[in-house]
Every structure is written in structure tokens, then in C-alpha cells.
Design a protein around this ligand. Structure first.
Ligand code: ATP
Length: 356
């Protein structure tokens, strides 16, 4: 397994890029730990597949280098990078048995037959296809075939990394959950470096120990699920993670205080923003309290979502969402307060922390 260094990578598909918007990947400069499980998360078109293809060698970046364990692999072809890939649609040999499909990548590398047998049997158990080992892949269902693809990615133990590009798209919802949990368990057991592309936040948050959030060709945050929830670095992360996403409200900063609408709140630090920057306050719906104290709010509607309710309201002229428990009382002249520790301040969409 390998540490992956993305050294000032930029990529444009067209010739002669001139401005940032000509780049599908603007600038990616990060180091990913050996044995880490990373999910690349972001909306369609943000550059996830471009970055994955640069890691796998299907694509050469326009600028920058990629290193595996410090060794420059930028100009190496996919085959020479020693990685396993699992794509959105199953890539398997229909005329081979399930067993032989899994054995193929090992036999191809000259692994001795007893070792092939041991590893294939292990993985057959993991993907739950042991009873079908001798069946031809032809005629299996789409999710069984995708399980074989996953198995082929997992069966080798000499790879630098396993790359997954939305591998669970064709899998039914229950099986998605099962496979995700199995992948997580395998990761703990074997310590593969895994990079997993998805636009589904549940998938990213349950699979990865580090989630890489991408937006418009940039990595806007790499963090644990808790960090993304509590301290979104960019307002996009706030919107994208969570359901409903973070409320982002225009705000004015003055020293240790922030003003939203007609209300001024005290902070325990003085956020620093450039003069003229667009400044906003971010607060997650889960950290707003409703009662008879605090700032005035107009309730528009209440949505019941099982054990919780989402209150849709207007605050300081802006739509705001508030999450409360199902038995919470919502007074007609409701007022709200924000949990001070859950307030985030943004300048030009980027979080301004205590550190400035
Ligand atoms: P999706 O989830 O839809 O696959 P993504 O986040 O993986 O999206 P990419 O496929 O990496 O995004 O695309 C990033 C940008 O690059 C998009 O604007 C896309 O239109 C553009 N792009 C991708 N592939 C090519 C290509 N072969 N030629 C030209 N432009 C491309």
C-alpha cells in the first residue's frame, strides 16, 4: 500500500487554458496517508473522476506530479502503477466462473495455486458468493456481477491502492449497506489505501475515515465526518453535508460580535476578514433552539420526518431551517437562539476561525 502525494496538480481537457474556469481541476496539493480510506465527494462535474483517473494513470495531468511512496509515477501507465480499480459498471469475464474471475488477477501475476485458492475462498466469503463459485458469471444479476468486480479489487494484497468509482450505483439499497460495511471491515483488517468516488454523502461518511469534499475543480475540505459537520471550511461543505444543510445567513462583523438582521451576537473571538469581503454566519439546523427567548422568527411550516421535525422559518429576512425533536413545542410567537459553540463565520465563503 502506498502514501499518495498529489503535488500541485492541475488539469484542463482543452488546449491553451487561460483562466481557472478552463481547468477541470484547479489546484490539488495534498498528501494522502498510506492505508487511509478516502472518499472523494462532490456534485456532478466537480472533478472527482478527473482526479481518480489522474491517480490511476488513465489521464496525465496538465501540470504537477503524482507520487506513490515518494516515487514519481506521473508518466507511468496504469498497468505499471500496481493499483486495483472498481468501476461503476462491472468489469468481469462472463464466460469464466465466479471463482476464475477472482483468481484471474492473481494467476496473471504468477501467484502459486494454493495461495490463489486460499485468497479466492476468503474473498468469496466476504462478497457472499461462495455458493456460486463454480457458476459462470454470465446470467448473474447486476449486483452479483458488481460483487465479483469488488472481489477482484480486493483479492490482491500487493496493490498500492484500490480505486472505486461510484461502485455501488447498480447495487440495490440493502446490499449497498452490506457491501459498504464489508468494505470498511476489510479496510480495518488489511489496511488498504482506498480512494472511493461518490456523490452520495451517506456513502462517503460511512465508508471513509477522511472525506475529501470537491467543488468546482477544487478540494474545499478534507476531514473526518465530524469535522465536516461541525466545522465546514467552506459554505459549500455546510450546504452539501447534512440534511437539511447548514443555514448560511448574511452577517456583519465588528470585533468580537456579529450582527444578523437586527440582532447582535457576542463571539468569544474576533474573526478577521478582509475589508469588503462577503461575510456570513453559518449555523446547522440541529444547533438552533426554539422557545420564547431570543431572536424573533416567523414560522412558515413544520415537516415531520419521524423522530424529528424540520421547522422552516424566516429569520432576518432569510429562509432558515431548524431541527427539533418530534415532541418539541413550537410557540406561535417563537424565538430562537444559536448555540454559541456551533456558530461558524465565513468571509467570501471560506471559514474564518479563531486562528484568523
Ligand atoms: P460525475 O459525478 O458527473 O462523474 P465528476 O465530479 O466525476 O462528475 P468529472 O467527470 O471529473 O466530474 O468532470 C469535471 C469537469 O471536466 C466537467 O466540467 C466535465 O464536463 C469535464 N470533463 C470531464 N471529462 C472530459 C473530457 N473527456 N473532455 C472534456 N471535458 C471533460
Amino acid at each position: 500500500m502506498a502514501r499518495i502525494t498529489l503535488d500541485h496538480i492541475r488539469h484542463a481537457y482543452g488546449p491553451n487554458p487561460t483562466s481557472d474556469k478552463d481547468y477541470a481541476l484547479r489546484e490539488v496539493d495534498h498528501e494522502w496517508n498510506d492505508g487511509g480510506a478516502y472518499a472523494l465527494l462532490g456534485p456532478s462535474g466537480c472533478g472527482k473522476t478527473t482526479l481518480l483517473n489522474i491517480i490511476s494513470g488513465l489521464l496525465q495531468p496538465s501540470h504537477g506530479r503524482i507520487l506513490f511512496d515518494g516515487k514519481d509515477v506521473t508518466n507511468l501507465a496504469t498497468q505499471a502503477r500496481n493499483i486495483a480499480q472498481v468501476f461503476q459498471f462491472p468489469v468481469i469475464y462472463d464466460t469464466m466462473t465466479v471463482y476464475d474471475n477472482l483468481a484471474f488477477p492473481l494467476r496473471n501475476r504468477g501467484v502459486a495455486e494454493p495461495e490463489v485458492d486460499r485468497r479466492v475462498r476468503d474473498i468469496l466469503e466476504v462478497i457472499d458468493l461462495a455458493p456460486m463459485a463454480r457458476r459462470k458469471a454470465q446470467g448473474l444479476t447486476a449486483d452479483q456481477k458488481q460483487k465479483i468486480s469488488l472481489g477482484r479489487g480486493l483479492v490482491r494484497n500487493d496493490v498500492n491502492a484500490i480505486l472505486f468509482d461510484e461502485p455501488l450505483t447498480v447495487i440495490d439499497p440493502h446490499m449497498k449497506w452490506v457491501l459498504r460495511s464489508q468494505l470498511k471491515r476489510l479496510h480495518k483488517q488489511f489496511g488498504f489505501t482506498m480512494v472511493y468516488v461518490t456523490h452520495d454523502q451517506t456513502e462517503a461518511l460511512t465508508f471513509a475515515d477522511k472525506v475529501v469534499v470537491m467543488y468546482e475543480g477544487e478540494i474545499v475540505q478534507i476531514g473526518t465526518p465530524a469535522e465536516l459537520f461541525e466545522r465546514p471550511s467552506h459554505t459549500f461543505v455546510g450546504y452539501f453535508i447534512g440534511s437539511p444543510g447548514m443555514n448560511v445567513i448574511p452577517a456583519k462583523l465588528a470585533g468580537n460580535s456579529v450582527t444578523v438582521g437586527t440582532e447582535t451576537l457576542a463571539l468569544d473571538y474576533a474573526p478577521k476578514a478582509e475589508a469588503g469581503a462577503k461575510t456570513e454566519l453559518g449555523i446547522r439546523p440541529e444547533f438552533i433552539r426554539i422557545g420564547r427567548e431570543g431572536m424573533p422568527v416567523t414560522i412558515n411550516r413544520v415537516e415531520d420526518i419521524g423522530r424529528q421535525k424540520i421547522v422552516r422559518a424566516t429569520f432576518a429576512g432569510q429562509p432558515i431551517a431548524i431541527v427539533v425533536t418530534e415532541d418539541a413545542e413550537i410557540p406561535s410567537d417563537a424565538r430562537i437562539t444559536f448555540e454559541p459553540a456551533a456558530i461558524n463565520i465565513y468571509a467570501n465563503s471560506w471559514r474564518v476561525g479563531r486562528e484568523g
